[in-house]
Design a protein around this ligand. Structure first.
Ligand SMILES: [Zn+2]
Length: 256
């Protein structure tokens, strides 16, 4: 009942904000959006519009945020939860958008109690129970070719954090086997590590994935949606696990 009431309220707001009319042109620059057709496209748009209403979009520094920017970020965020539902993004409320890579204001304490502040500029960041922070320039880098998508990356961290730390294992569905998940990802990790050691430029995945298992899941999730053929060909087991988790098959021709 409460859910229906919320939907009804959101429908009225969406109609009033005239966001729906701007959606097609806002997502046109992102090739992955074209993959969703018919009924799937209608649901993608609906999920994105509700994401815009449920999350607060905040401009970082003096960046000027407009509706098409919000719609594109929301649509990229909607893709991973299209078959899961927006409730998978519970427990946090805002998206901060900077124009360019940003230096995090956050300090962190190491195991010896020493406080550090990084001066490295980031393209995206997801705080546990806190905001997702993104660089707009990096959002625009997603082009369906190299597997890069900072929004999907940070949203994957959010899904991973639903059951605690970002450790590479989001809450799996009942019909999934955690041992098989772990086995597939460990094998892919070992293979990437071995390839990276040969210093070839032609790696199937950004070696940043090897930072830790949370990053490995986030980077493979980007590749799953942006360059599914590459991931499915390189590591069919990882592809199958992600397909079971996201309940989508980005390789299939008819996502309608
Ligand atoms: Zn990350």
């Amino acid at each position: 009942m409460l859910k229906r009431l919320r939907h009804w309220r959101e429908d009225r707001l969406i109609a009033r904000l005239d966001l729906a009319d701007q959606w097609e042109s806002a997502v046109a620059p992102w090739p992955v959006a074209a993959r969703y057709r018919g009924e799937a496209r209608r649901r993608l748009k609906d999920t994105a519009l509700r994401f815009v209403l449920r999350k607060q979009f905040v401009a970082g520094a003096d960046f000027e945020l407009d509706a098409p920017m919000r719609l594109l970020v929301a649509t990229m965020a909607a893709v991973p939860v299209l078959e899961l539902g927006l409730d998978w993004y519970r427990g946090w409320s805002s998206v901060v958008l900077y124009e360019t890579p940003f230096v995090p204001a956050q300090e962190w304490e190491d195991e010896f109690g020493v406080v550090h502040q990084s001066d490295e500029a980031l393209s995206g960041e997801a705080w546990p129970q806190g905001p997702v922070i993104l660089s707009w320039h990096d959002v625009l880098e997603a082009n369906g070719a190299d597997g890069y998508n900072v929004v999907i990356h940070e949203m994957a961290h959010k899904l991973d954090m639903l059951d605690g730390d970002a450790n590479g294992a989001p809450p799996l569905h009942r019909d999934m086997d955690p041992a098989a998940w772990k086995q597939s990802f460990s094998a892919a990790w070992d293979a990437l590590e071995a390839s990276a050691a040969t210093e070839t430029d032609d790696l199937p995945l950004d070696p940043y994935a090897l930072t830790d298992s949370g990053e490995f899941f986030a980077v493979t999730s980007e590749c799953f949606f942006e360059a599914p053929d590459r991931l499915a060909t390189t590591w069919p087991d990882v592809y199958a696990q992600l397909r079971a988790f996201y309940r989508q098959d980005p390789r299939s021709e008819t996502m309608a």
